[in-house]
Design a binder for this molecule. Sequence first.
Ligand code: M6R
Length: 614
Amino acid sequence: MCGIVGYVGERSALEVVMGGLRRLEYRGYDSGGVALIHEGTISSAKKAGKLLNLDAELKANPIADGTTGIGHTRWATHGAPNDRNAHPHLDSTGRIAVVHNGIIENFAALRAELEAAGHEMVSETDTETVAHLLHDELESTDDLAEAVRSVCRRLRGAFTLVICDAQRPDIVIGARRNSPLVVGRGKGENFLGSDVAAFIEYTRDAIELGQDQVVTITRDDVVVTDFFGEPAETKEYHVDWDVSAAEKGGFDWFMLKEIDEQPQAVADTLLGRHSIDGLLQLDEMRLSDDELREVDKVIVVAAGTSFYAAMVAKYAIEHWTRIPCEVELASEFRYRDPILDRSTLVVTISQSGETMDTLMAIRYARQQRARVLSICNTNGSTIPRESDAVIYTHAGPEVAVASTKGFLAQVTACYLLALYFAQIKGVKYGDEIASIIGELEKTPTGIQRMLDEADQVRKLAAELSGSRSILFLGRHVGYPVALEGALKLKELAYIHAEGFAAGELKHGPIAVIEEGLPVFVIVPPRGRDQLQEKTVSNIQEIRARGARTIVLAEDGDDDVVPYSDHLIRLPRVPTLLQPLVATVPLQIFASEFASQLGHDVDQPRNLAKSVTVE
Ligand code: M6R
Protein backbone atom coordinates (compact mmCIF):
# COMPACT_ATOMS: atom_id res chain seq x y z
CA MET A 1 0.00 0.00 0.00
CA CYS A 2 1.40 3.33 -1.08
CA GLY A 3 4.17 3.55 -3.63
CA ILE A 4 7.37 5.39 -2.84
CA VAL A 5 10.18 6.60 -5.08
CA GLY A 6 13.47 8.33 -4.30
CA TYR A 7 16.14 9.47 -6.75
CA VAL A 8 19.62 11.05 -6.74
CA GLY A 9 21.49 11.39 -10.02
CA GLU A 10 21.89 13.59 -13.04
CA ARG A 11 18.57 13.17 -14.78
CA SER A 12 15.44 15.23 -14.31
CA ALA A 13 14.25 14.05 -10.89
CA LEU A 14 10.70 15.02 -11.83
CA GLU A 15 10.74 12.70 -14.81
CA VAL A 16 12.32 9.80 -12.92
CA VAL A 17 10.03 10.17 -9.90
CA MET A 18 6.82 10.57 -11.94
CA GLY A 19 7.81 7.60 -14.13
CA GLY A 20 8.39 5.51 -11.01
CA LEU A 21 5.09 6.60 -9.50
CA ARG A 22 3.24 5.61 -12.67
CA ARG A 23 4.62 2.10 -12.38
CA LEU A 24 3.84 1.97 -8.66
CA GLU A 25 0.37 3.46 -8.91
CA TYR A 26 -1.18 0.01 -8.47
CA ARG A 27 -0.03 0.19 -4.85
CA GLY A 28 -2.44 3.01 -4.07
CA TYR A 29 -4.18 5.75 -5.99
CA ASP A 30 -5.87 8.02 -3.46
CA SER A 31 -3.37 10.82 -4.13
CA GLY A 32 0.05 11.50 -5.60
CA GLY A 33 2.84 13.92 -4.84
CA VAL A 34 6.47 14.83 -5.49
CA ALA A 35 9.15 16.90 -3.78
CA LEU A 36 12.32 17.93 -5.60
CA ILE A 37 15.38 19.81 -4.45
CA HIS A 38 16.02 22.90 -6.51
CA GLU A 39 18.77 25.36 -5.62
CA GLY A 40 18.58 24.73 -1.91
CA THR A 41 14.80 24.73 -1.64
CA ILE A 42 12.09 22.10 -1.90
CA SER A 43 9.64 22.41 -4.77
CA SER A 44 6.64 20.22 -4.32
CA ALA A 45 3.24 19.38 -5.76
CA LYS A 46 0.52 17.01 -4.62
CA LYS A 47 -3.02 16.21 -5.64
CA ALA A 48 -5.82 13.95 -4.48
CA GLY A 49 -6.95 11.18 -6.82
CA LYS A 50 -5.06 9.29 -9.47
CA LEU A 51 -1.72 10.44 -10.89
CA LEU A 52 -3.54 11.95 -13.86
CA ASN A 53 -4.64 14.69 -11.45
CA LEU A 54 -1.07 15.30 -10.37
CA ASP A 55 0.00 15.40 -14.02
CA ALA A 56 -2.66 18.04 -14.69
CA GLU A 57 -1.59 20.01 -11.62
CA LEU A 58 2.05 19.97 -12.73
CA LYS A 59 1.01 21.16 -16.16
CA ALA A 60 -1.10 23.98 -14.77
CA ASN A 61 1.41 24.97 -12.08
CA PRO A 62 4.87 23.71 -13.06
CA ILE A 63 7.42 23.29 -10.29
CA ALA A 64 11.19 23.78 -10.45
CA ASP A 65 12.98 20.55 -11.34
CA GLY A 66 16.19 19.18 -9.83
CA THR A 67 18.28 16.04 -9.85
CA THR A 68 17.20 14.82 -6.42
CA GLY A 69 13.61 14.00 -5.56
CA ILE A 70 11.06 11.82 -3.84
CA GLY A 71 7.48 10.88 -4.68
CA HIS A 72 4.46 9.07 -3.33
CA THR A 73 1.24 7.50 -4.46
CA ARG A 74 -1.14 6.94 -1.57
CA TRP A 75 -3.59 4.42 -0.19
CA ALA A 76 -5.14 6.43 2.61
CA THR A 77 -4.96 5.26 6.23
CA HIS A 78 -4.73 8.35 8.47
CA GLY A 79 -6.75 11.20 7.11
CA ALA A 80 -9.12 11.50 4.17
CA PRO A 81 -7.72 11.16 0.65
CA ASN A 82 -7.54 14.91 -0.09
CA ASP A 83 -4.82 17.33 -1.26
CA ARG A 84 -3.89 18.31 2.28
CA ASN A 85 -3.23 14.76 3.42
CA ALA A 86 -1.38 13.82 0.24
CA HIS A 87 2.36 13.19 0.65
CA PRO A 88 5.07 14.56 0.68
CA HIS A 89 4.73 16.24 4.06
CA LEU A 90 7.05 19.06 4.99
CA ASP A 91 8.30 20.41 8.30
CA SER A 92 7.19 23.93 9.22
CA THR A 93 10.26 25.54 7.61
CA GLY A 94 9.70 23.67 4.34
CA ARG A 95 13.22 22.24 4.47
CA ILE A 96 12.48 18.54 5.02
CA ALA A 97 10.13 16.49 2.85
CA VAL A 98 8.89 13.05 3.89
CA VAL A 99 6.92 10.31 2.16
CA HIS A 100 5.70 7.30 4.07
CA ASN A 101 4.09 3.90 3.64
CA GLY A 102 2.64 2.15 6.69
CA ILE A 103 1.07 3.20 9.96
CA ILE A 104 2.93 4.90 12.80
CA GLU A 105 1.05 3.49 15.74
CA ASN A 106 2.24 5.98 18.36
CA PHE A 107 1.62 9.00 16.16
CA ALA A 108 -1.10 10.46 18.41
CA ALA A 109 1.31 10.75 21.36
CA LEU A 110 4.06 12.14 19.12
CA ARG A 111 1.68 14.65 17.59
CA ALA A 112 0.50 15.82 20.99
CA GLU A 113 4.11 16.25 22.11
CA LEU A 114 4.98 18.23 18.97
CA GLU A 115 1.91 20.44 19.23
CA ALA A 116 2.68 21.15 22.89
CA ALA A 117 6.15 22.24 21.77
CA GLY A 118 4.61 24.70 19.30
CA HIS A 119 4.62 22.76 16.02
CA GLU A 120 1.65 23.42 13.82
CA MET A 121 0.30 20.43 11.90
CA VAL A 122 -1.42 21.06 8.61
CA SER A 123 -2.63 17.54 7.83
CA GLU A 124 -4.38 14.73 9.68
CA THR A 125 -1.68 12.21 8.79
CA ASP A 126 0.70 10.25 10.98
CA THR A 127 3.44 11.02 8.44
CA GLU A 128 3.62 14.73 9.12
CA THR A 129 4.86 14.08 12.65
CA VAL A 130 8.04 12.59 11.15
CA ALA A 131 8.84 15.80 9.25
CA HIS A 132 8.49 17.82 12.47
CA LEU A 133 10.47 15.33 14.54
CA LEU A 134 13.27 15.50 11.98
CA HIS A 135 13.21 19.28 12.10
CA ASP A 136 13.83 19.11 15.85
CA GLU A 137 16.55 16.47 15.53
CA LEU A 138 18.39 18.56 12.96
CA GLU A 139 18.74 21.34 15.49
CA SER A 140 21.27 19.21 17.34
CA THR A 141 23.01 17.32 14.50
CA ASP A 142 24.15 18.00 10.96
CA ASP A 143 23.93 14.35 10.08
CA LEU A 144 20.63 13.70 8.30
CA ALA A 145 21.00 9.91 8.46
CA GLU A 146 21.63 10.11 12.20
CA ALA A 147 18.56 12.33 12.62
CA VAL A 148 16.47 9.76 10.68
CA ARG A 149 17.81 6.91 12.81
CA SER A 150 17.03 8.78 15.96
CA VAL A 151 13.44 9.46 14.82
CA CYS A 152 12.99 5.85 13.70
CA ARG A 153 13.93 4.64 17.16
CA ARG A 154 10.97 6.59 18.49
CA LEU A 155 8.41 5.23 16.02
CA ARG A 156 6.20 2.21 16.57
CA GLY A 157 4.32 0.32 13.87
CA ALA A 158 5.10 -0.14 10.21
CA PHE A 159 6.90 2.39 8.11
CA THR A 160 8.92 2.96 5.05
CA LEU A 161 10.13 6.54 5.04
CA VAL A 162 11.91 8.35 2.24
CA ILE A 163 13.25 11.77 3.05
CA CYS A 164 15.06 14.63 1.39
CA ASP A 165 16.50 17.80 2.88
CA ALA A 166 16.81 21.05 0.92
CA GLN A 167 20.14 21.72 2.62
CA ARG A 168 21.62 18.41 1.40
CA PRO A 169 20.82 18.44 -2.29
CA ASP A 170 22.58 15.18 -3.23
CA ILE A 171 21.23 12.81 -0.62
CA VAL A 172 18.02 10.84 -0.18
CA ILE A 173 17.50 8.75 2.93
CA GLY A 174 15.23 5.76 3.28
CA ALA A 175 14.25 3.78 6.36
CA ARG A 176 12.19 0.67 6.75
CA ARG A 177 10.42 -1.35 9.39
CA ASN A 178 7.80 -3.88 8.29
CA SER A 179 7.00 -2.04 5.04
CA PRO A 180 8.90 -2.61 1.79
CA LEU A 181 11.82 -0.61 0.35
CA VAL A 182 14.44 -1.63 -2.20
CA VAL A 183 17.45 0.17 -3.62
CA GLY A 184 18.18 0.42 -7.34
CA ARG A 185 21.88 0.76 -8.19
CA GLY A 186 22.74 2.80 -11.22
CA LYS A 187 25.90 4.39 -12.61
CA GLY A 188 26.21 7.92 -11.23
CA GLU A 189 22.65 7.60 -9.93
CA ASN A 190 20.79 5.59 -7.32
CA PHE A 191 17.15 4.93 -6.62
CA LEU A 192 14.77 3.92 -3.85
CA GLY A 193 11.43 2.29 -4.50
CA SER A 194 8.67 0.34 -2.81
CA ASP A 195 9.51 -2.28 -5.39
CA VAL A 196 11.81 -2.59 -8.36
CA ALA A 197 9.14 -1.40 -10.81
CA ALA A 198 9.93 2.11 -9.52
CA PHE A 199 13.30 2.13 -11.28
CA ILE A 200 13.25 -0.83 -13.68
CA GLU A 201 13.52 1.55 -16.65
CA TYR A 202 17.00 2.58 -15.48
CA THR A 203 18.53 -0.39 -13.69
CA ARG A 204 17.89 -4.07 -12.94
CA ASP A 205 20.48 -4.21 -10.14
CA ALA A 206 18.78 -4.03 -6.80
CA ILE A 207 19.56 -4.31 -3.11
CA GLU A 208 17.17 -5.89 -0.62
CA LEU A 209 16.98 -3.99 2.64
CA GLY A 210 16.41 -5.78 5.90
CA GLN A 211 14.22 -4.97 8.85
CA ASP A 212 15.03 -1.78 10.79
CA GLN A 213 17.55 -0.41 8.35
CA VAL A 214 18.37 3.10 7.17
CA VAL A 215 19.84 3.65 3.73
CA THR A 216 21.57 6.76 2.43
CA ILE A 217 21.81 7.11 -1.34
CA THR A 218 23.97 9.61 -3.16
CA ARG A 219 24.92 9.58 -6.84
CA ASP A 220 27.79 7.17 -6.33
CA ASP A 221 27.14 5.50 -3.04
CA VAL A 222 24.69 3.42 -1.05
CA VAL A 223 25.28 3.14 2.69
CA VAL A 224 23.08 0.95 4.88
CA THR A 225 23.03 0.85 8.65
CA ASP A 226 20.69 -0.37 11.34
CA PHE A 227 18.68 2.09 13.44
CA PHE A 228 21.72 2.52 15.72
CA GLY A 229 24.20 3.39 12.98
CA GLU A 230 25.92 0.00 12.84
CA PRO A 231 26.76 -1.19 9.29
CA ALA A 232 24.05 -3.59 8.10
CA GLU A 233 24.12 -6.64 5.87
CA THR A 234 22.18 -6.39 2.64
CA LYS A 235 21.60 -8.66 -0.32
CA GLU A 236 22.18 -7.61 -3.92
CA TYR A 237 20.20 -9.22 -6.74
CA HIS A 238 19.52 -8.86 -10.42
CA VAL A 239 15.92 -8.49 -11.56
CA ASP A 240 15.04 -11.13 -14.16
CA TRP A 241 12.47 -9.04 -16.06
CA ASP A 242 12.72 -5.72 -17.80
CA VAL A 243 10.65 -2.59 -18.27
CA SER A 244 8.52 -4.12 -21.06
CA ALA A 245 7.10 -6.59 -18.51
CA ALA A 246 5.81 -3.64 -16.47
CA GLU A 247 4.05 -2.03 -19.44
CA LYS A 248 0.69 -2.75 -21.04
CA GLY A 249 2.17 -3.90 -24.35
CA GLY A 250 -0.82 -2.91 -26.47
CA PHE A 251 -3.52 -4.22 -24.12
CA ASP A 252 -6.18 -1.83 -22.80
CA TRP A 253 -5.55 -2.97 -19.26
CA PHE A 254 -2.71 -4.63 -17.39
CA MET A 255 -5.20 -7.22 -16.22
CA LEU A 256 -5.91 -8.32 -19.81
CA LYS A 257 -2.20 -8.57 -20.51
CA GLU A 258 -1.70 -10.59 -17.34
CA ILE A 259 -4.60 -12.93 -18.15
CA ASP A 260 -3.01 -13.43 -21.55
CA GLU A 261 0.37 -14.23 -20.01
CA GLN A 262 -0.99 -17.13 -17.98
CA PRO A 263 0.16 -20.01 -20.20
CA GLN A 264 3.69 -18.61 -19.91
CA ALA A 265 3.38 -17.97 -16.16
CA VAL A 266 2.43 -21.60 -15.54
CA ALA A 267 5.08 -22.93 -17.95
CA ASP A 268 7.78 -20.75 -16.37
CA THR A 269 6.80 -21.86 -12.88
CA LEU A 270 7.19 -25.49 -13.99
CA LEU A 271 10.43 -24.86 -15.82
CA GLY A 272 13.64 -26.51 -14.65
CA ARG A 273 12.08 -28.57 -11.88
CA HIS A 274 13.52 -31.91 -13.08
CA SER A 275 16.96 -33.17 -12.15
CA ILE A 276 18.95 -35.31 -14.61
CA ASP A 277 17.74 -38.49 -12.89
CA GLY A 278 14.13 -37.47 -13.49
CA LEU A 279 13.43 -36.46 -9.90
CA LEU A 280 11.54 -33.34 -9.04
CA GLN A 281 13.79 -30.61 -7.65
CA LEU A 282 12.90 -27.27 -6.10
CA ASP A 283 15.95 -25.06 -6.39
CA GLU A 284 15.02 -22.39 -3.92
CA MET A 285 14.09 -24.94 -1.22
CA ARG A 286 16.29 -24.11 1.74
CA LEU A 287 14.94 -26.95 3.90
CA SER A 288 16.68 -30.29 3.64
CA ASP A 289 14.81 -33.45 2.68
CA ASP A 290 15.38 -34.72 6.23
CA GLU A 291 13.74 -31.62 7.66
CA LEU A 292 10.80 -32.04 5.31
CA ARG A 293 10.48 -35.73 6.19
CA GLU A 294 9.93 -34.67 9.81
CA VAL A 295 6.85 -32.64 8.81
CA ASP A 296 3.66 -34.21 10.14
CA LYS A 297 1.27 -31.31 9.58
CA VAL A 298 1.07 -28.53 7.01
CA ILE A 299 -0.81 -25.28 7.55
CA VAL A 300 -1.21 -23.08 4.48
CA VAL A 301 -1.73 -19.42 5.31
CA ALA A 302 -2.60 -16.62 2.86
CA ALA A 303 -4.98 -13.76 2.09
CA GLY A 304 -7.47 -12.99 -0.69
CA THR A 305 -6.87 -14.76 -3.96
CA SER A 306 -3.75 -16.38 -2.52
CA PHE A 307 -5.99 -17.94 0.13
CA TYR A 308 -7.95 -19.64 -2.63
CA ALA A 309 -4.67 -21.03 -3.99
CA ALA A 310 -4.08 -22.29 -0.43
CA MET A 311 -7.43 -24.08 -0.53
CA VAL A 312 -6.39 -25.85 -3.72
CA ALA A 313 -3.08 -26.75 -2.03
CA LYS A 314 -4.94 -28.54 0.77
CA TYR A 315 -6.65 -30.88 -1.69
CA ALA A 316 -3.37 -31.63 -3.49
CA ILE A 317 -1.22 -32.05 -0.36
CA GLU A 318 -3.64 -34.35 1.43
CA HIS A 319 -4.51 -36.40 -1.64
CA TRP A 320 -0.99 -36.87 -2.94
CA THR A 321 0.97 -37.05 0.32
CA ARG A 322 -1.52 -38.04 3.05
CA ILE A 323 -0.02 -35.34 5.30
CA PRO A 324 -2.79 -33.54 7.22
CA CYS A 325 -3.15 -30.03 5.88
CA GLU A 326 -5.07 -27.05 7.27
CA VAL A 327 -5.78 -23.78 5.52
CA GLU A 328 -6.04 -20.51 7.37
CA LEU A 329 -6.67 -16.87 6.54
CA ALA A 330 -3.52 -14.93 7.40
CA SER A 331 -5.48 -12.26 9.25
CA GLU A 332 -6.97 -14.89 11.59
CA PHE A 333 -4.05 -17.26 12.03
CA ARG A 334 -2.12 -15.86 14.98
CA TYR A 335 -5.20 -14.84 16.93
CA ARG A 336 -6.64 -18.33 17.29
CA ASP A 337 -3.68 -19.82 19.17
CA PRO A 338 -2.87 -22.46 16.53
CA ILE A 339 -1.07 -25.63 17.60
CA LEU A 340 2.41 -25.47 16.08
CA ASP A 341 5.70 -27.20 16.74
CA ARG A 342 8.96 -28.06 15.01
CA SER A 343 7.30 -30.72 12.87
CA THR A 344 4.65 -28.31 11.56
CA LEU A 345 5.37 -26.72 8.21
CA VAL A 346 3.61 -23.41 7.72
CA VAL A 347 3.33 -22.64 4.01
CA THR A 348 2.51 -19.06 3.13
CA ILE A 349 1.40 -17.91 -0.29
CA SER A 350 1.80 -14.32 -1.43
CA GLN A 351 2.14 -12.77 -4.85
CA SER A 352 3.62 -9.50 -3.56
CA GLY A 353 5.64 -10.92 -0.70
CA GLU A 354 4.61 -7.89 1.35
CA THR A 355 1.12 -8.65 2.68
CA MET A 356 1.25 -7.61 6.31
CA ASP A 357 -1.27 -10.20 7.56
CA THR A 358 0.81 -12.95 5.99
CA LEU A 359 4.09 -11.52 7.23
CA MET A 360 2.76 -11.37 10.78
CA ALA A 361 1.59 -14.99 10.48
CA ILE A 362 5.14 -15.97 9.45
CA ARG A 363 6.69 -14.18 12.41
CA TYR A 364 4.21 -15.79 14.77
CA ALA A 365 4.80 -19.28 13.32
CA ARG A 366 8.57 -18.95 13.61
CA GLN A 367 8.29 -17.74 17.19
CA GLN A 368 6.42 -20.97 17.88
CA ARG A 369 9.35 -22.90 16.32
CA ALA A 370 7.43 -23.97 13.22
CA ARG A 371 9.29 -23.92 9.92
CA VAL A 372 7.98 -21.60 7.25
CA LEU A 373 8.07 -22.12 3.51
CA SER A 374 6.80 -19.33 1.28
CA ILE A 375 5.42 -19.44 -2.21
CA CYS A 376 6.04 -16.00 -3.61
CA ASN A 377 6.25 -14.11 -6.90
CA THR A 378 8.43 -11.20 -5.84
CA ASN A 379 12.15 -11.56 -5.48
CA GLY A 380 13.61 -9.22 -2.88
CA SER A 381 10.36 -8.89 -0.94
CA THR A 382 10.03 -9.30 2.81
CA ILE A 383 8.12 -12.59 3.02
CA PRO A 384 10.70 -14.82 1.30
CA ARG A 385 13.46 -13.11 3.26
CA GLU A 386 11.80 -13.95 6.55
CA SER A 387 10.98 -17.55 5.62
CA ASP A 388 13.04 -20.72 6.08
CA ALA A 389 12.43 -21.74 2.49
CA VAL A 390 10.88 -20.31 -0.63
CA ILE A 391 9.45 -21.50 -3.90
CA TYR A 392 9.31 -18.64 -6.38
CA THR A 393 6.51 -18.52 -8.88
CA HIS A 394 7.76 -17.12 -12.16
CA ALA A 395 4.74 -15.14 -13.29
CA GLY A 396 6.66 -11.87 -13.85
CA PRO A 397 5.45 -8.61 -12.36
CA GLU A 398 1.71 -8.44 -11.70
CA VAL A 399 0.49 -4.86 -11.93
CA ALA A 400 -3.32 -5.06 -12.06
CA VAL A 401 -4.78 -5.00 -8.57
CA ALA A 402 -6.87 -8.08 -9.33
CA SER A 403 -4.57 -11.06 -9.27
CA THR A 404 -4.73 -13.42 -12.27
CA LYS A 405 -1.46 -14.91 -13.48
CA GLY A 406 -0.19 -14.68 -9.92
CA PHE A 407 -2.97 -17.07 -8.85
CA LEU A 408 -2.39 -19.64 -11.58
CA ALA A 409 1.35 -19.61 -10.87
CA GLN A 410 0.67 -20.05 -7.13
CA VAL A 411 -1.60 -23.02 -7.77
CA THR A 412 1.12 -24.53 -9.96
CA ALA A 413 3.72 -24.05 -7.21
CA CYS A 414 1.38 -25.69 -4.70
CA TYR A 415 1.16 -28.77 -6.92
CA LEU A 416 4.96 -28.84 -7.16
CA LEU A 417 5.30 -28.63 -3.39
CA ALA A 418 2.77 -31.41 -2.85
CA LEU A 419 4.52 -33.63 -5.39
CA TYR A 420 7.90 -32.88 -3.85
CA PHE A 421 6.55 -34.00 -0.48
CA ALA A 422 5.18 -37.14 -2.09
CA GLN A 423 8.62 -37.82 -3.57
CA ILE A 424 10.67 -37.34 -0.42
CA LYS A 425 8.15 -39.11 1.81
CA GLY A 426 8.08 -41.98 -0.69
CA VAL A 427 4.27 -42.09 -0.81
CA LYS A 428 4.17 -42.03 -4.61
CA TYR A 429 6.25 -43.89 -7.16
CA GLY A 430 8.48 -41.81 -9.40
CA ASP A 431 6.46 -42.68 -12.48
CA GLU A 432 3.23 -41.55 -10.80
CA ILE A 433 4.84 -38.21 -10.02
CA ALA A 434 6.24 -37.96 -13.53
CA SER A 435 2.80 -38.66 -14.97
CA ILE A 436 1.21 -35.85 -12.92
CA ILE A 437 4.01 -33.49 -13.94
CA GLY A 438 3.34 -34.53 -17.53
CA GLU A 439 -0.33 -33.54 -17.09
CA LEU A 440 0.73 -30.26 -15.51
CA GLU A 441 3.01 -29.53 -18.43
CA LYS A 442 0.05 -29.84 -20.77
CA THR A 443 -2.03 -27.24 -18.90
CA PRO A 444 -0.49 -24.13 -20.60
CA THR A 445 -2.01 -25.46 -23.84
CA GLY A 446 -5.39 -25.82 -22.11
CA ILE A 447 -5.12 -22.32 -20.65
CA GLN A 448 -4.27 -20.97 -24.10
CA ARG A 449 -7.39 -22.62 -25.46
CA MET A 450 -9.51 -20.86 -22.83
CA LEU A 451 -7.95 -17.57 -23.97
CA ASP A 452 -8.63 -18.37 -27.61
CA GLU A 453 -12.28 -19.09 -26.80
CA ALA A 454 -12.76 -15.94 -24.71
CA ASP A 455 -15.19 -14.25 -27.09
CA GLN A 456 -18.19 -16.24 -25.87
CA VAL A 457 -17.32 -15.23 -22.29
CA ARG A 458 -17.02 -11.55 -23.23
CA LYS A 459 -20.39 -11.70 -25.00
CA LEU A 460 -21.94 -13.28 -21.94
CA ALA A 461 -20.47 -10.56 -19.70
CA ALA A 462 -21.98 -7.88 -21.93
CA GLU A 463 -25.35 -9.66 -21.80
CA LEU A 464 -25.30 -10.00 -18.02
CA SER A 465 -23.78 -6.61 -17.22
CA GLY A 466 -27.13 -5.38 -15.85
CA SER A 467 -27.12 -8.08 -13.12
CA ARG A 468 -26.72 -6.88 -9.54
CA SER A 469 -25.99 -10.30 -8.09
CA ILE A 470 -24.21 -13.39 -9.43
CA LEU A 471 -23.42 -16.66 -7.70
CA PHE A 472 -20.61 -19.17 -8.28
CA LEU A 473 -20.78 -22.82 -7.26
CA GLY A 474 -18.13 -25.52 -7.20
CA ARG A 475 -17.19 -28.74 -5.47
CA HIS A 476 -13.79 -30.03 -4.40
CA VAL A 477 -11.12 -27.81 -6.06
CA GLY A 478 -13.95 -26.19 -7.99
CA TYR A 479 -15.03 -24.59 -4.71
CA PRO A 480 -11.98 -22.29 -4.39
CA VAL A 481 -12.40 -21.55 -8.11
CA ALA A 482 -15.99 -20.45 -7.38
CA LEU A 483 -14.76 -18.24 -4.53
CA GLU A 484 -12.10 -16.74 -6.79
CA GLY A 485 -14.66 -16.08 -9.56
CA ALA A 486 -16.85 -14.25 -7.05
CA LEU A 487 -13.94 -12.24 -5.61
CA LYS A 488 -12.84 -11.11 -9.09
CA LEU A 489 -16.36 -9.89 -9.84
CA LYS A 490 -16.76 -8.13 -6.48
CA GLU A 491 -13.47 -6.29 -6.69
CA LEU A 492 -13.85 -5.23 -10.33
CA ALA A 493 -17.59 -4.81 -10.88
CA TYR A 494 -18.64 -3.77 -7.34
CA ILE A 495 -21.69 -6.02 -7.43
CA HIS A 496 -22.84 -8.72 -5.06
CA ALA A 497 -21.09 -11.96 -5.98
CA GLU A 498 -20.72 -15.00 -3.81
CA GLY A 499 -19.09 -18.37 -4.12
CA PHE A 500 -20.49 -21.48 -2.46
CA ALA A 501 -19.62 -25.13 -2.17
CA ALA A 502 -22.27 -26.57 -4.48
CA GLY A 503 -23.32 -29.19 -1.95
CA GLU A 504 -23.81 -26.58 0.73
CA LEU A 505 -26.42 -24.59 -1.16
CA LYS A 506 -29.31 -26.73 0.02
CA HIS A 507 -28.37 -25.95 3.63
CA GLY A 508 -29.53 -22.36 3.30
CA PRO A 509 -28.17 -20.25 0.45
CA ILE A 510 -30.55 -21.85 -2.07
CA ALA A 511 -33.18 -19.53 -0.61
CA VAL A 512 -31.62 -16.62 -2.50
CA ILE A 513 -32.15 -18.25 -5.90
CA GLU A 514 -34.84 -16.44 -7.84
CA GLU A 515 -36.00 -16.18 -11.43
CA GLY A 516 -33.17 -15.17 -13.76
CA LEU A 517 -30.35 -15.06 -11.15
CA PRO A 518 -27.12 -15.89 -13.00
CA VAL A 519 -25.26 -18.79 -11.37
CA PHE A 520 -21.92 -20.10 -12.61
CA VAL A 521 -21.31 -23.77 -11.85
CA ILE A 522 -17.89 -25.37 -12.18
CA VAL A 523 -18.48 -29.05 -12.87
CA PRO A 524 -15.68 -31.46 -11.87
CA PRO A 525 -14.37 -33.90 -14.47
CA ARG A 526 -16.23 -37.21 -14.61
CA GLY A 527 -14.51 -39.85 -12.51
CA ARG A 528 -14.87 -42.50 -9.89
CA ASP A 529 -15.81 -40.12 -7.12
CA GLN A 530 -19.33 -39.08 -8.24
CA LEU A 531 -18.39 -35.42 -7.88
CA GLN A 532 -19.62 -34.71 -11.40
CA GLU A 533 -22.98 -36.46 -10.87
CA LYS A 534 -23.61 -34.65 -7.59
CA THR A 535 -22.82 -31.31 -9.21
CA VAL A 536 -25.17 -32.01 -12.11
CA SER A 537 -27.91 -32.64 -9.52
CA ASN A 538 -27.09 -29.30 -7.90
CA ILE A 539 -27.49 -27.60 -11.28
CA GLN A 540 -30.91 -29.17 -11.68
CA GLU A 541 -31.93 -28.00 -8.20
CA ILE A 542 -31.11 -24.35 -8.89
CA ARG A 543 -32.47 -24.39 -12.41
CA ALA A 544 -35.76 -25.72 -11.11
CA ARG A 545 -35.91 -22.59 -8.95
CA GLY A 546 -35.37 -20.21 -11.85
CA ALA A 547 -31.57 -19.71 -11.88
CA ARG A 548 -29.93 -18.89 -15.19
CA THR A 549 -27.12 -21.43 -15.28
CA ILE A 550 -23.70 -20.81 -16.76
CA VAL A 551 -22.00 -24.18 -16.68
CA LEU A 552 -18.26 -24.83 -16.99
CA ALA A 553 -17.80 -28.49 -17.88
CA GLU A 554 -15.12 -30.58 -19.56
CA ASP A 555 -15.27 -31.58 -23.20
CA GLY A 556 -17.59 -34.49 -23.78
CA ASP A 557 -19.61 -34.04 -20.59
CA ASP A 558 -23.06 -34.19 -22.17
CA ASP A 559 -24.91 -34.74 -18.89
CA VAL A 560 -24.86 -30.99 -18.27
CA VAL A 561 -26.24 -29.97 -21.66
CA PRO A 562 -30.00 -30.07 -20.79
CA TYR A 563 -29.46 -27.90 -17.69
CA SER A 564 -27.09 -25.26 -19.08
CA ASP A 565 -28.36 -21.91 -20.27
CA HIS A 566 -24.77 -21.18 -21.28
CA LEU A 567 -22.10 -23.83 -21.57
CA ILE A 568 -18.40 -23.07 -21.37
CA ARG A 569 -16.29 -26.03 -22.37
CA LEU A 570 -13.09 -26.84 -20.49
CA PRO A 571 -10.23 -29.00 -21.73
CA ARG A 572 -10.02 -32.43 -20.09
CA VAL A 573 -7.56 -32.39 -17.20
CA PRO A 574 -7.29 -34.45 -13.99
CA THR A 575 -9.70 -33.23 -11.28
CA LEU A 576 -7.01 -31.67 -9.09
CA LEU A 577 -5.60 -29.62 -11.96
CA GLN A 578 -8.94 -28.21 -13.10
CA PRO A 579 -8.49 -24.80 -11.38
CA LEU A 580 -5.75 -23.97 -13.89
CA VAL A 581 -8.21 -23.99 -16.77
CA ALA A 582 -11.55 -23.25 -15.05
CA THR A 583 -10.42 -19.98 -13.45
CA VAL A 584 -9.54 -18.33 -16.76
CA PRO A 585 -13.08 -17.70 -18.12
CA LEU A 586 -14.13 -16.31 -14.72
CA GLN A 587 -11.27 -13.78 -14.83
CA ILE A 588 -12.24 -12.78 -18.37
CA PHE A 589 -15.89 -12.51 -17.36
CA ALA A 590 -15.10 -10.18 -14.44
CA SER A 591 -12.80 -7.91 -16.45
CA GLU A 592 -15.28 -7.60 -19.31
CA PHE A 593 -18.21 -7.06 -16.93
CA ALA A 594 -16.28 -4.22 -15.25
CA SER A 595 -15.35 -2.70 -18.62
CA GLN A 596 -19.00 -2.77 -19.64
CA LEU A 597 -19.81 -0.76 -16.51
CA GLY A 598 -17.05 1.72 -17.33
CA HIS A 599 -14.92 0.84 -14.32
CA ASP A 600 -11.17 1.09 -14.05
CA VAL A 601 -10.22 -2.56 -14.44
CA ASP A 602 -6.65 -2.19 -13.19
CA GLN A 603 -7.32 0.06 -10.22
CA PRO A 604 -10.68 -0.79 -8.64
CA ARG A 605 -12.03 1.59 -6.04
CA ASN A 606 -10.89 1.33 -2.42
CA LEU A 607 -8.21 -1.25 -3.17
CA ALA A 608 -4.44 -1.41 -3.48
CA LYS A 609 -2.26 -4.13 -4.86
CA SER A 610 -0.14 -4.99 -1.89
CA VAL A 611 -1.80 -4.71 1.47
CA THR A 612 0.90 -3.63 3.90
CA VAL A 613 -1.37 -2.81 6.82
CA GLU A 614 -3.17 -5.26 9.14
O1 M6R B 1 0.26 -10.28 -2.51
P1 M6R B 1 -0.64 -11.30 -1.86
O2 M6R B 1 -0.80 -12.50 -2.72
O3 M6R B 1 -0.20 -11.64 -0.47
O4 M6R B 1 -2.03 -10.57 -1.76
C1 M6R B 1 -3.12 -11.15 -1.12
C2 M6R B 1 -4.40 -10.43 -1.44
O5 M6R B 1 -4.36 -9.13 -0.96
C3 M6R B 1 -4.68 -10.41 -2.95
O6 M6R B 1 -4.73 -11.69 -3.48
C4 M6R B 1 -6.03 -9.70 -3.24
O7 M6R B 1 -7.07 -10.46 -2.73
C5 M6R B 1 -6.20 -9.46 -4.74
N1 M6R B 1 -6.67 -8.13 -4.96
C6 M6R B 1 -7.18 -10.38 -5.37
O8 M6R B 1 -7.38 -10.13 -6.73
